[in-house]
Design a binder for this molecule. Sequence first.
Ligand code: NDP
Ligand code: HSE
Length: 437
Amino acid sequence: MRLALLGCGTVGSEVVRLLHTQAADLAARIGAPLEIAGIAVRRVGRDRGDLPVDPALFTTDPLGLIKRDDVDVVVEVVGGIEPARSWLVEALRAGKSVVTANKALLAEDGAALHDAAAEGGADLYYEASVAGAIPLLRPLRESLHGDRINRVTGIVNGTTNFILSAMDATGAGFAEALDEATELGYAEADPTADVEGFDAAAKAAILASLAFHTRVTAADVHREGITEVTVADMASAKAMGCTIKLLCIAARGTDAAGRETVSVRVHPAMIPLTHPLASVGDAFNAVFVEAEAAGQLMFYGRGAGGAPTASAVLGDVVAVARNRLAGAYAASESAYADLAVRPMGEALTRYHISLDVVDRPGVLQAVAGVFARHDVSIATVRQGPAGGGPAGRGEDADLVIVTHVAPDAALAATVRELRGLDIVRSVASVLRVEGGA
Ligand code: NDP
Ligand code: HSE
């Protein structure tokens, strides 16, 4: 079984190492030895340390490598949309199986790859694209295929989980926690994709597509990052017995006409400390799946890093290599449900709103009236002197309101109207609440 490796960076070099150290076991598991036919990189002359591989295998011609007759499987660990899409479409159409970790490409245009795989009669596996080492896509794609998944809630970005965990543990602000994440090598030099939620949104699209048998792209995902999460937000969460996580949430629903829909969103949210996702600290990932018959399932582990991600890549390589030896390939994409994606405004959620209000008769009634006008039901109200202390700030009061579940548009409109009231001095914090707090 001959393999073309596209990319030999953080993940690719660990794929090479694992292929070397596990060679005998991999051959036994597959039923044939696995050999590297070539490795496409950008810079052939780059110092790759003590990588156990023949330097003559390196090339800067990925297409030439893919087209070679002696290549059975293409492993893509380069990343980005183009030229990766063109390479993989070419490989799949030519009937070569593909293993990729490229979440950006799958979320942007997975359809092009799935269509090419169906056309060429080839396997397309991408376990490493979501939550690194965690076996998650195979359970969604195979083990749970007899069940009906209703909701997927996940922490799928390690960098932001590290930052939020640090803010929670030390009281640090976002910028300080980001600096620590950068120093420790979790955050990249340009952390935009992580902290603005693009990386998590790509993963959310892949998860939703698999969980609900439909096509969801990154553009369908409502996305908010963590850059606006403040020390005050974290303090509010703690006061509620919660913490804040960047969650990806994909859920079934129904539209006004009674048709089944799906909503997919990524945003920071408060979750109760009793929720299984609350204890996922550091740069770990976890995904909580709720299915009709299986009930609640949780998948936990390392979502990034060379070796953990290479583990998922190699698992896929063994699967597709076995299929090729058997002259078969796995069932193609399952997108028969073809569900409409519901806009964020219709997603059902709850808000935690912290207000600084004027402390005088009628204020609570006026505030409650705003919620009533938007048909938002209040679950709890807590009032104390502004500033938290017994003396407070004199004329003001702090008001903390948690709502029942309501459409996001109604909740957002409530906050907008509250901001305009002259009795509301400031809206100190607004956070969605998930997970039953
Ligand atoms: P790196 O940047 O470390 O490595 C990229 C590799 O691709 C390098 O070997 C580079 O060559 C090569 N490359 C870049 N452009 C080209 C090109 N035009 N032609 C040929 N080769 C090229 O990336 P990672 O290993 O971190 O990530 C790879 C993929 O895995 C991405 O899709 C990423 O999203 C995904 N992933 C990464 C995880 C991680 O923890 N790093 C976790 C999960 C998924 P050269 O070595 O010469 O520079
Ligand atoms: N930047 C990603 C993270 C890497 O922090 O989780 C894995 O996709």
